[in-house]
Write a protein that binds this ligand. Sequence first.
Ligand code: 26W
Length: 822
Amino acid sequence: AWTKHQVKGFTDADGFEKEVVRHVETSLARSLFNCDEGAAYSAAALAFRDRLITEWNKTQQRQTFSDTKRVYYLSLEFLMGRAFDNAILNLGLKDVAKEGLTELGFRIEDIIEQEHDAALGNGGLGRLAACFLDSLASLDYPAWGYGLRYRYGIFKQEIINGYQVEVPDYWLDFNPWEFPRHDVTVDIQFYGSVRKSQDENGKSVAHWEGGEIVTAVAYDVPIPGYATPSTNNLRLWSSKASSGEFDFQKFNNGEYESSVADQQRAETISAVLYPNDNLDRGKELRLKQQYFWVAASLHDIVRRFKKSKRQWSEFPDQVAIQLNDTHPTLAIVELQRILVDIEGLEWDAAWNIVTSTFGYTNHTVLPEALEKWPVGLFQHLLPRHLQIIYDINLFFLQSVEKKFPGDRDLLTRVSIIEESQPKMVRMAFLAIVGSHKVNGVAELHSDLIQTTIFRDFVSIFGADKFTNVTNGITPRRWLHQANPRLSELIASKAGGHDFLKDLTLLNKIEEYAGDKEFKKEWAEIKYANKVRLARYIKQTLDVTVNPAALFDVQVKRIHEYKRQQLNIFGVIHRYLTLKAMSPEERKKQQPRVSIFGGKAAPGYWMAKQIIHLINNVGAVVNKDADIGDLLKVIFLEDYNVSKAEMIIPASDLSEHISTAGTEASGTSNMKFVLNGGLIIGTCDGANIEITREIGQENIFLFGTLSEDVEELRHQHTYGSHNVDSNLTKVFEAIQNGTFGEPNDFGAMVAAVRDHGDYYLVSDDFQSYIDTQNMVDTEYRNQDEWVTKCIRSVARMGFFSSDRCINEYAEGIWNVEPLAVKN
Ligand code: 26W
């Protein structure tokens, strides 16, 4: 229906071409005769940007006039990937773009590939934020994202001699998707001291004075919804030196160098994304990033609210703020500071507003990932905020004492200030105390946080404060864009493309799970996607893989808890088994390509060793003439969103094999199944709900259950620990030098054999191998395999991020869509 909505700008290929030519000649100042693919991309992107910004303006005006509640999604990461393909699809103009570009002499696929990924995130958490933005816009919710405009996103990974090497990702050379707003700035204060005074009524007032000022400049990125004119805003803050008198005086006094140094120091704040995933390193600059971004965002939100001339008590009726993990927790403290110190509200009135405004999503239970900041660092960087945190803690602990009198242990356990040396601020506890809802991201994960790390808070606040919102993914990018042929095949049986807006409509294809013609087309599409990936592997690694082999994929950040080591040990076991077979026996085996991809945090030594082992195993196996096509081991360099869009549709089997209870949800598991691949996985995160939805006959589950993990760990440490016999053979092969210098992998082996096997690699090894053998058997029955894939896809409707966003909107934010009236 939105086609009736009056749109400005081109609607056909002719109009589009005119715009492209205009941008080539004017915006890029080039002639059509030397327009290469890079220039064609730039001009085409600018043409679509113009389209988006018209809709963006209308959407923002509509939201302002209607005066409804808005959602603000605060995330330190937005892993957006490419914008062009997404924009033309969401606008429904891909055919127009394709026709226009063809007429100009280009292939649209080549033009799309010119774009550099916007990689402002580490992994799951950042990509989830990007899917949420797509759903919020597609469902017409009035919503903004707030983040940091990093000059360098996640590093680019190169593999040199089998080792990861990090290369900076400078991506802002040309970015047509952002609009600098040099008129939208906020001055952010750091350091300084607090002076107390009394007002005319004798009330104590705090003044945060001195220190230094850094200016935040807004850059806006339009977020188009799918099949709706709604275009939301992602506002990213960039830091620069304040143009205040300080540096001006310096400059005037001839202190050019130190003035430039100040400038560089200010710009450092938004310079680089921290590449740690699930590890808190407590760096001062990271805390500065957090405060800088949170303070700028809140200032912006409060400024917008104040224009409505409403009373402060109505703030939570106008504003919902979601905290994507604890990284933005300072927003709670900053809002309290604004209300009490600047706007003069009473503490309790202010605190009511604050807690009604915020919701907090937890994304991990790993203890090393829970953010804590030294009190001393706070005192130095944000002296007033530390006082407010102490007051929040005091009132909170008083309320706990009232409810559970005399329970000193409880007070120590739940205190926002950890009484350690040095004292630490526990950000997750602060986030819980300052929010009205706390959620986990999959059922098991939400249960776990309520029974382990946040257990005391459930008894203090009651179970209603805690809830689950199972993650989801946007079917626009992860099906329609990544796998256009499959999307069209589904559309042909599901009554058109409505399933892209209501993913439960996928169930319409289930009746074709036994349809010969449909299955044939289905299998052809999977094969074509595998051929494309095989071609890419040949181009980049010069390894020939057989597209008819089973493609087994594990792509995600490299981490011990995700257990890429279990996978590669399994691959070694497979290799040893094949080597021990007679040529006749070998002929009966199912060929397999084991594909890995993912980045290790630069300081995570063990993760880097895992990458090294995978590469070394590949180097041996891939050139072994006895093995041939039966086994290939591939490590794909620099896994990112765009590569995921190519890899995921080409998977037959993907691995989601974390130690039970460690992967909060996982979201790529959903993407793989949605693209017609099956899963081998543990009973962890969203694997459990995927199993429930698609049926346990369609998934390969194995391994220890989360409720048994603790007991096994205890046994490893205090009882006996016998390493699995097949795994022992794998270790022997590693240690006799089959895969290069054994010392390189000594620590990996020792982690399992000698240091308690915290991730239960040995415990789960045999069931992993057995399950992989079942996969081989089932894969040989292609007919049945394809049926399973179709049934699985048909039952994946639940995992749309649209469902997920609707749950947040109803259960946490209390906001409603603002649809366009024609
Ligand atoms: C402070 C360092 C740090 C940085 C990032 C700690 C923790 C993180 C993230 C919370 C890690 C992360 O990305 N978690 C992932 O979130 C996804 C979205 O909910 C889940 O699907 C993944 O299971 C979870 O690992």
